[in-house]
Design a protein around this ligand. Structure first.
Ligand code: FES
Length: 125
């Protein structure tokens, strides 16, 4: 099982092993890592699983497809190494992958936890 390293914007680091074929997003959600929200459940519609792939790993992860690039144009602070973590699937070649998580997603995550459900519904609609 490939080992994935997640680095939060504050420098905190987490590791988790993923079953082959599971997404980097799912690994973060299962490990309760704050920097990945993943609101659409891997449907490539929310961008809330945005991460930065460490520069040493960009070549192995590969380029985002055109559809994913469109979503990545809408995320906060996109960079050349931005990827949707729900679309990065664990393979043996990605054993040791390092992804960096965004502070902006932690702030969104915390604000959702603090908002009463009625306010959350009003924010969406
Ligand atoms: S979980 Fe929504 S785009 Fe990845």
């Amino acid at each position: 099982m490939p080992l994935i390293h997640y680095i939060e914007s504050n420098g905190d680091e987490y590791e988790t092993k993923l079953a082959l074929g599971n997404s980097v997003m799912q690994g973060a959600v299962d490990a309760m890592i704050d920097g990945i929200l993943a609101e659409c459940g891997s449907k490539c519609r929310c961008g809330a699983c945005h991460c930065y792939v460490d520069e040493d790993w960009v070549g192995r992860v590969g380029e985002a497809s055109d559809a994913k690039k469109i979503m990545l144009e809408m995320v906060v602070d996109p960079q050349i190494n931005s990827r949707l973590s729900c679309q990065i699937l664990a393979t043996k070649a990605l054993d040791g992958l390092v992804v960096r998580l965004l502070k902006s997603q932690i702030l969104i995550n915390l604000s959702l936890l603090r908002a009463p459900p009625a306010c959350f519904v009003q924010m969406i609609f």
